[in-house]
Design a protein around this ligand. Structure first.
Ligand SMILES: *[C@@H]1O[C@H](CO)[C@@H](O)[C@H](O)[C@H]1NC(C)=O
Ligand SMILES: *[C@@H]1O[C@H](CO)[C@@H](O)[C@H](O)[C@H]1NC(C)=O
Ligand SMILES: *[C@@H]1O[C@H](CO)[C@@H](O)[C@H](O)[C@H]1NC(C)=O
Length: 237
């Protein structure tokens, strides 16, 4: 009886020791790969997904992401063992018990000087003023487009980069169909909005271009007005 109990204590201690060791190694592996971890969330499937694979551990999932140059976020569900990789650095996510999300911190690609890097994109904040159309042409001449702000984290990032007392042109317009806002370069409908209260109001029926940082939010404005502007280009082209 006594022997048996001693034996199980030894087994338990060994098991505990093993678990502690593997936990430490797990932490170390993740840190080496420069991930930021969010527990209890997983990425929702979207058109920015790279792949879904069944892998046993979240470390294997993190390793998959770090091998993919375009991977910015990954999530692993410990119940289904599903690993999702996503190019977006602002993916839609949901709470899920036992899931874990990782954001890769250092991607090897970098932006040219004067451009700000966020996720897999580079942004240029102009300090000359142009009409919305001329701003769009200028961005295109530099191999970029007027910025398309598609998530709150991209929106928040750009707010920290602009001069807080100026309004900037970004790529949204409803010039073709009143109140149907599209991103002009990708020709996709806006799905994320940050309109200022009571905007867009199409004041005097002539406001069809998207002004960023109007009262720290978005506004519709006359396209011919001169504004500084924000260009965006992907690092992955
Ligand atoms: C405008 O931007 C250019 C390029 O980033 C910079 O060299 C110049 O100093 C800026 N001018 C002003 C007035 O901020
Ligand atoms: C835009 O393109 C022009 C011509 O290629 C180049 O001289 C200029 O430096 C570029 N501007 C930026 C901000 O990259
Ligand atoms: C922001 O813009 C205002 C108005 O043009 C200007 O006076 C100020 O110097 C700018 N601030 C910075 C940090 O560039």
């Amino acid at each position: 009886m006594i022997t048996l109990r001693t034996h199980s204590i030894v087994v338990c201690s060994l098991l505990l020791f093993y678990l502690m060791i593997s936990f430490c190694f797990a932490q170390q592996n993740i840190r080496k790969r420069n991930f930021v971890i969010m527990k209890g969330r997983r990425i929702l499937p979207s058109n920015t997904k790279i792949m879904t694979k069944i892998v046993q551990s979240y470390m294997a999932c993190a390793a998959l992401c770090s091998k993919q140059e375009t991977c910015c976020y990954a999530s692993h569900d410990s119940n289904t063992h599903r690993c999702d990789l996503d190019v977006s650095c602002c993916p839609q996510s949901e709470p899920l018990l036992g899931a874990i999300m990782f954001r890769i911190l250092s991607v090897s690609l970098s932006c040219q000087s004067g451009w700000h890097k966020f996720g897999n994109n580079c942004y240029y904040i102009s300090n000359v003023t142009k009409s919305w159309n001329d701003a769009e042409v200028t961005c295109k001449q530099n191999g970029s487009m007027l910025a398309e702000v598609k998530s709150s984290c991209e929106n928040d990032f750009l707010k920290t980069k602009v001069n807080g007392s100026l309004e900037y042109w970004i790529g949204g317009t409803d010039i073709q169909n009143e109140n149907l806002w599209i991103w002009s370069s990708s020709e996709t409908k806006l799905t994320f909005f940050d309109w200022s209260p009571a905007q867009p109001n199409n004041y005097y029926g002539d406001q069809h271009c998207l002004e960023f940082n109007y009262k720290s939010a978005w506004n519709d404005k006359e396209c011919a007005l001169l504004r500084p502007f924000i260009c965006e280009k992907s690092l992955l082209q």
